[in-house]
Design a protein around this ligand. Structure first.
Ligand code: NAD
Ligand code: ZN
Length: 261
């Protein structure tokens, strides 16, 4: 316990001394908001390894039953009722001080924006958003709520209204490449932050995980806040294991003293 207090104090001091912080978040940010992660102890894939098939683009395209299941899951997704938690609010508060370079998130739930992030600094949703649909054939994008209304009306695998093609949530599945512009912006932000704070991510998915060593190579001081070990703990100056909704408000809540006055 004493050790945990020390690392929190160390992380708080690092953040308090930094003018520009780049944040990378993952599913662990939103578990306290009731959205399960994939790989944590209560994760969707930890409990049901077969569930990961739904996030494979080839399986999705080939298997109608899988798509019907995927639409059912989207309709019932906890994100529609989830509220941001204290960890999201802590990041948004730091942004309101003008000290966030960018919030890079692998989350698709929109909770950073719901907490107020994205006003003074960008939120880069590197794995897309659940709040839109995209047509795999013509690229037409629409609000997810419109498609959910079609599910409510009885459609099981709704086709694109523009071209009749196959629809999916506007999120990145395994086998799909990331939006090059978004990834490029995320890489720039990783290189430009004085402190790089990774929170609630197992850092097992590339290329996003590689932002951590990139930031470190460009001189950022790395803080990793995650309940479990990650492959990049060794480049972190501080690793904090506690629950984010408790640790982040403390870590980013220290009073900022601008070294340049
Ligand atoms: P992950 O499931 O691989 O890892 C989450 C990590 O967070 C785990 O190591 C877990 O131990 C930790 N964690 C969980 N709750 C925590 C808490 N309260 N405090 C501290 N640590 C906690 O997630 P990932 O690295 O983001 O990769 C999974 C992929 O799944 C992402 O690409 C993302 O797009 C997607 N995803 C998104 C959501 C969401 O939008 N909320 C939810 C599930 C999955
Ligand atoms: Zn289409």
């Amino acid at each position: 316990m004493a050790e945990e207090c020390d690392v929190i104090e160390l992380a708080t001091r690092l953040v308090a001394g930094a003018r520009l912080i780049t944040v990378l978040t993952g599913a662990g940010m939103s578990t306290a908001s009731g959205i399960p992660d994939f790989r944590g102890p209560q994760g969707l894939w930890t409990k049901d390894p077969k569930a990961s098939r739904m996030f494979d683009i080839d399986a999705y395209v080939a298997d109608r039953d899988l798509r019907v299941l995927a639409w059912r899951n989207r309709r019932e997704h906890p994100a529609w009722t989830a509220q941001p938690n204290a960890a999201h609010r802590a990041i948004a508060n730091l942004e309101s001080q003008g000290r966030i370079r960018a919030t890079i998130t692998q989350n698709i739930d929109g909770l950073h924006q719901a907490a107020g992030s994205g006003q003074r600094a960008p939120v880069w949703e590197v794995h897309g958003t659940l709040h839109n649909t995209v047509c795999l054939d013509c690229g037409d994008r629409r609000p997810m709520r419109d498609t959910i209304a079609r599910l409510d009306a009885g459609e099981e695998d709704p086709p694109c209204l523009a071209c009749g093609g196959m629809l999916k949530s506007d999120t990145i599945s395994f086998g799909q490449s990331l939006d090059a512009r978004v990834l490029d912006q995320a890489m720039r932000a990783a290189r430009e932050g004085e402190v790089f704070l990774a929170a609630g991510t197992s850092l097992q998915v590339n290329p996003v995980a590689s932002l951590v060593p990139m930031a470190w190579q460009y001189g950022a001081r790395v803080i990793i806040c995650n309940a479990e070990p990650t492959p990049y703990d060794s480049v972190a100056e501080v690793v904090v294991r506690g629950p984010l909704e408790e640790t982040l408000p403390v870590i980013v809540g220290g009073e900022w003293t601008d070294p340049l006055g």
